[in-house]
Ligand binder design. Structure first.
Ligand SMILES: Cc1ncc(COP(=O)(O)O)c(C=O)c1O
Length: 380
């Protein structure tokens, strides 16, 4: 566990505590990025089979991560990608309703709002505390509700939703449960087959430590079957190697999860390092990463409380995540504190006027101690 930070960096002497914005690329992934770059410097090295093996290896790693067969993984370029596939693929009827969480990250709201012209209504539910609870959701689901979309971990409060309770609630009401796991997957374990979710979507650049503009989604097979596929990519159902052999072949319309992949599915520069990053996390073991992150977060929470900071995030328990949001007792001082921390070499985020700390496996315990000391100095 202690060796995790050695697999990353260098960080130029700074302490990066903003994984909720961007995770750092592990060294193994940097090496893979160099290989990808060399392919393009010398294109004669780009063998046809790489168009097949590069996405396949990524699918295999992501499938292992969430416990599904590799073929069920849909490759994307963001968390938004998966949400838009659903928004455009579900056979809506005028009057259908989508429920979202008020103040959720914008990516979870915009795809559904675009459906207004088709008569789909979007209703935002205001959670009492940080994230929506199953009893609150149950009161909101009505006969017109077709889908509920939420984040596993809320970007601005750090609250983790109770997936089991929310999923059961949706299942009982016959409502599809779509979950954005961008702020959690990689830092905590999720086996989707066991969770009551119908689809998950995730960006790759945060807790999965991949490059920006990566992402994937998974859609429960019976839900996928019900979608109308509105795209057909020439490489989705055809091996690049076939192109050299087959002449005048009949066009085939791709089917199944592959039909939904983002175009340019062998995105070498992004997908090769991302695959290496996910494989690295799998080699570390997500449970070990979770334990390491938990230690960082526990220390941080205790230190913030000792110093009189008010926690916006939960202080303990299952609803606490690796995003810790806190405020100085005088919230108007938060922007200045963030700036002073930055000048001292500590990168945290200022979100909605609060300080957000999001450490991950590349952070060492002593870095948490140092940011707490710096926090004290910053307010003097
Ligand atoms: C919950 C959540 N979803 C998604 C994203 C990113 O969205 P996308 O990958 O669609 O750009 C973020 C943060 O940037 C986020 O906090």
């Amino acid at each position: 566990v202690d060796s995790f930070p050695k697999d990353f960096g260098p960080f130029d002497g700074r302490v990066w505590l903003n994984c909720a914005h961007q995770g750092a690329l592990p060294r193994a992934a940097v090496a893979a990025a160099h290989v990808a770059l060399e392919l393009k410097i010398s294109p004669q090295r780009i063998r046809d089979d790489l168009f097949e093996t590069v996405p396949r290896r990524l699918r295999e790693a992501l499938g292992r991560l969430i416990g599904v067969p590799a073929e069920e993984i849909i490759l994307g370029n963001s968390a938004s990608y998966g949400l838009h596939l659903l928004a455009h693929g579900i056979p809506w009827r005028a009057g259908d309703e989508v429920i979202v969480v008020e103040d959720d990250f914008l990516a979870n709201l915009l795809p559904w709002l675009g459906l207004a012209s088709r008569g789909v209504r979007v209703r935002a539910v205001r959670p009492r505390r940080g994230t929506i609870h199953a009893e609150e959701l149950a009161r909101e689901l009505g006969p017109a509700t077709k889908l509920f979309c939420a984040s596993w971990v809320h970007s601005f409060t750090g609250y983790a939703a109770d997936l089991e309770a929310l999923g059961q609630c949706c299942r009982t009401a016959g409502v599809r449960f779509v979950l954005n796991v961008s702020q959690a997957l990689g830092a905590r374990r999720l086996l989707v087959a066991q969770a009551s979710v119908d689809a998950i979507t995730c960006c790759g650049s945060k807790w999965l430590c991949g490059p920006y503009a990566t992402g994937f989604c998974w859609v429960r097979p019976d839900f996928l079957e019900s979608l109308e596929c509105r795209q057909a990519y020439w490489l989705a159902d055809r091996l690049a190697t076939e192109l050299a052999q087959v002449s005048g072949a009949e066009p085939r319309v791709p089917r199944g999860p592959r039909a939904y992949d983002v175009f340019g599915t062998a995105n070498f520069l992004n997908f090769m390092p991302w695959t290496a990053a996910v494989e690295y996390l799998l080699d570390c073991g997500i449970e070990a990463v979770e334990r390491h992150d938990e230690e960082l977060v526990s220390r941080l929470v205790a230190g913030l409380e000792e110093r009189g900071y008010a926690l916006v995030s939960p202080r303990a328990g299952g609803s606490r995540s690796t995003l810790i949001v806190a405020s100085h007792p005088r919230p108007e001082r938060n922007p200045e504190i963030e700036e002073r921390l930055r000048h001292r070499g500590f990168d945290v985020a200022l979100r909605r006027g609060n300080l957000r700390f999001s450490p991950h496996l590349y952070n060492a315990v002593e870095e948490v101690d140092r940011v707490l000391e710096a926090l004290e100095a910053a307010v003097l």
